[in-house]
Design a protein around this ligand. Structure first.
Ligand code: PHE
Length: 457
């Protein structure tokens, strides 16, 4: 049975398609919406440095481990881990890696689609000129009225999920692979155009100063946890997506090189998005870099609404954000879809519809968090904030920790050697990071962050 399931979903056309697909998964709302506002509210430079360190010494090693498990199993994350556990006769508790990942992925998809829906709505608002000449008050009231309308939010969430279904329904080569080959070049061209626009029209130097001059006094336990949570979230690790994509990776591609390439592109896009957003914020009087989640949806429209050519650039910007979110969300869908196909004998179409239906229903909870459930709290969080905190700050670090320990200590070295197959010097650095640095760093930061959260409320 396991043999039949292996490879039943097909594989990427080439190593390059895997790189683009994993980059597509990695580059998303996390880079364009979350990174700038989280960096902004954590004081800029100090946070950015810690974040990049987390990517390099925790994110990359764990991501390699995740791709490795996927490529070894060649099935959905749950079944890939299942096979490894069964073949190595180890404790069944390790199965939680696959389950945790897929569940976190589904929870994330549910709220991710809601935020992506805002970006879609903003394409329309920008393109139709509704944001022309807005000031602080009117931009906030537009955003508030978008959030206050549950039916509108559900509409855009549904449109976004529909786009995702269309892609994932096509399968690995003709759906995901094809979409990625079209979307990623567009994404890079648009981000490049926006960057050039900012270079000539806005305050790029000020933005760079903000992002790169570090002041360690701004860092708290919570900023560390946020930096690590963000590193996991942005690389799409700890939630099955990268494991599922790894399952479709050609056998001859080097895991180390491909993962480093993906992490490089992902960090580049985060930094460039940060520069684009802050240079626009700094060139418009009255806007603060610490604006929080509204940074993209309130501050930027004010800037776009008041500069020459701003509406066109603004429309382009939200198209960019939507494409990035799209190429990420499909990777959140795939692990559960693949599992349903393997285990429940569902066809791709039905599996897709079922997963999206669950994400859609859960997503309505997030939609309501911004209006009718605004004041209903779970541990001081709205439903949306709760899911975000639970996934990014709890489930992902735990799954990441388990993956590091599993590959670092439990998995047979023979499999690791077969899969990694590169020069021993690099392998030993990776193993060192995976065995010692990643588990210690994740545990310490995780505990410190949770204590900080619950001591300060
Ligand atoms: N990495 C994506 C982002 O930064 C989010 C994501 C997480 C996508 C997990 C897929 C899986 O927006």
């Amino acid at each position: 049975m396991a043999l039949q399931k292996k490879g039943m979903h097909g594989s990427w056309a080439s190593r390059w398609t895997f790189i683009m697909a994993a980059t597509g998964s990695a580059v998303g709302l996390g880079n364009m919406w979350k990174f700038p506002y989280v960096a902004g509210s954590n004081g800029g430079g100090a946070f950015v440095l810690i974040y990049l360190l987390c990517i390099l010494i925790i994110g990359v090693p764990v991501m390699m481990a995740e791709v490795l498990i996927g490529r070894q199993g060649r099935q959905s994350p749950i079944n890939s881990v299942n096979d490894l556990v069964a073949n190595s006769h180890i404790n069944k508790a390790w199965l939680s890696i696959g389950w945790f990942g897929v569940i976190a992925g589904l929870l994330i998809l549910s709220f991710y689609a809601v935020i992506a829906g805002w970006a879609l709505k903003y394409i329309v608002l920008m393109a139709t000129g509704d944001l022309q000449g807005v000031d602080g008050t009117s931009a906030s009231s537009v955003f508030e009225s978008v959030l206050a309308d549950p039916i509108g939010l559900i509409f855009w969430q549904t449109v976004f999920l529909f786009f995702c279904v269309i892609v994932v329904m096509g399968g690995v080569k003709k759906g995901l692979g094809l979409a990625i080959e079209i979307l990623m070049p567009i994404l890079f061209v648009v981000i490049f155009l926006l960057f050039v626009f900012c270079l000539f029209n806005t305050n790029v130097l000020e933005a760079m100063k903000f992002l790169f001059s570090f002041d360690l006094s701004n860092l708290s336990g919570r900023s560390l946890l946020e930096a690590m949570g963000q590193a996991f979230f942005t690389l799409s690790i700890g939630m099955g997506a990268i494991m599922a994509y790894g399952a479709y990776m050609p056998q001859d591609a080097s895991i180390g090189k491909t993962v480093l390439t993906v992490a490089f592109f992902d960090s580049l896009v985060a930094i460039i998005s940060g520069i684009i957003i802050f240079s626009i914020v700094f060139s418009t009087s009255g806007l603060e870099p610490t604006a929080g989640p509204g940074l993209m949806f309130i501050s930027l429209p004010i800037a776009f609404g008041n500069m020459t050519g701003g509406l066109l650039v603004g429309t382009l910007f939200f198209v960019l954000v939507s494409i990035a979110a799209w190429s990420s969300a499909i990777s959140l869908l795939e692990p559960s879809v693949a599992w349903l196909m393997e285990e429940k004998n569902l066809g791709r179409v039905n599996a897709n519809l079922l997963v999206v239906l669950v994400a859609w229903i859960l997503g309505i909870g997030s939609v309501f968090s911004f209006n009718i459930w605004q004041n209903s709290m779970i541990f001081n969080f709205t439903f949306f904030d709760f899911l975000d905190f639970l996934t990014s700050n709890i489930m992902l670090p735990i799954t990441g920790l388990l993956i590091a320990i599993f590959v670092g200590y439990v998995m047979s070295p023979k499999i690791i050697n077969e899969q990694i197959g590169f020069k021993s010097s690099i392998k030993s650095i990776w193993m060192f990071l995976l065995k010692f640095i990643a588990p210690c760093a994740v545990s310490v930061v995780f505990v410190a962050g949770i204590l900080d959260k619950f001591s300060n409320g």
